[in-house]
Design a protein. Structure first.
Length: 246
């Protein structure tokens, strides 16, 4: 139990309180016999570093919201589960991913999670850039089985709204997972009537918004995901430039 408690507490701050803390307490009690209130306090001690937002907070938030999206179509697709497991392994390594996946499996089975309450707690503690990264990852899950269903889009849209992610930002991230003639413009949050100067300004704005440095506070394991969004913005800009002969 000790190793798990250390993992749970490592880097965790706000997620050990509020509605997320209650869900965590239920989850760990579901698969660890004898897990007690003292263990939660021990985990909190390990996580007390004086910082409000850390990698562990993002990690738990990601697990909870991923479970909501996966259950949106009322069926559990193994490809979506595999996507979460593989990405956590890539980001955090084998041991940490195993512990995270134990929690994730309990979240999947828990039908009492209040998306609004969870998102409210996340919104109050995670930066805007971190919340954008959460939405991007959720679309990756939805797309992992080869198709993003409308019910999944609606679930992510609801989450994005609760996280105070603007409709423009939501559509920009969504467009990164769709291939259409308008996708590049949507990613840059402009329409086809924008002139070349507006195009350049839009690119600079979006490149700044999605720059990997925005997630430095979460650690190197999250930089790769941010780089993917950044690349999509650059790709969209280059595509429009090519279409316009620039």
């Amino acid at each position: 139990m000790g190793n798990f408690v250390k993992w749970l507490g490592a880097g965790l701050g706000f997620t050990l309180g509020g509605p997320i803390g209650s869900i965590l307490g239920f989850a760990v009690g579901s698969f660890i016999d004898g897990f007690s209130r003292e263990d939660i306090e021990l985990a909190r001690t390990y996580g007390s570093t004086g910082r409000n937002v850390q990698s562990g907070d993002f990690e738990i938030s990601l697990l909870l919201l991923s479970s909501v999206v996966i259950k949106a179509d009322e069926k559990i697709d193994e490809r979506e589960l595999l996507y979460v497991r593989d990405h956590f392994k890539q980001m955090y390594g084998e041991e940490r991913a195993i512990n995270a996946y134990k929690l994730f499996n309990v979240f999947i089975k828990n039908n009492q999670i209040s998306t609004l309450q969870v998102c409210t707690q996340i919104r109050q503690n995670l930066t805007h850039a971190s919340r954008l990264q959460l939405v991007h990852f959720l679309f990756g899950i939805a797309n992992s089985d080869g198709a993003v269903l409308e019910v999944e889009v609606n679930a992510i849209k609801t989450i994005a709204g609760y996280l105070y992610v603007s409709p423009h930002d939501f559509e920009s991230i969504k467009a990164m997972f769709y291939s259409s003639s308008d996708s590049a413009y949507t990613i840059l949050e402009i329409d086809k009537t924008a002139d070349n100067n507006q195009l350049k300004l839009a690119y600079r704005k979006m490149a700044k918004k999605y720059h990997p440095d925005k997630l430095q506070h979460l650690g190197e394991e999250h930089i790769k995901g941010a780089e993917e969004k950044f690349k999509q913005v650059s790709k969209a800009y280059e595509q429009i430039q090519k279409e316009r002969g620039l």
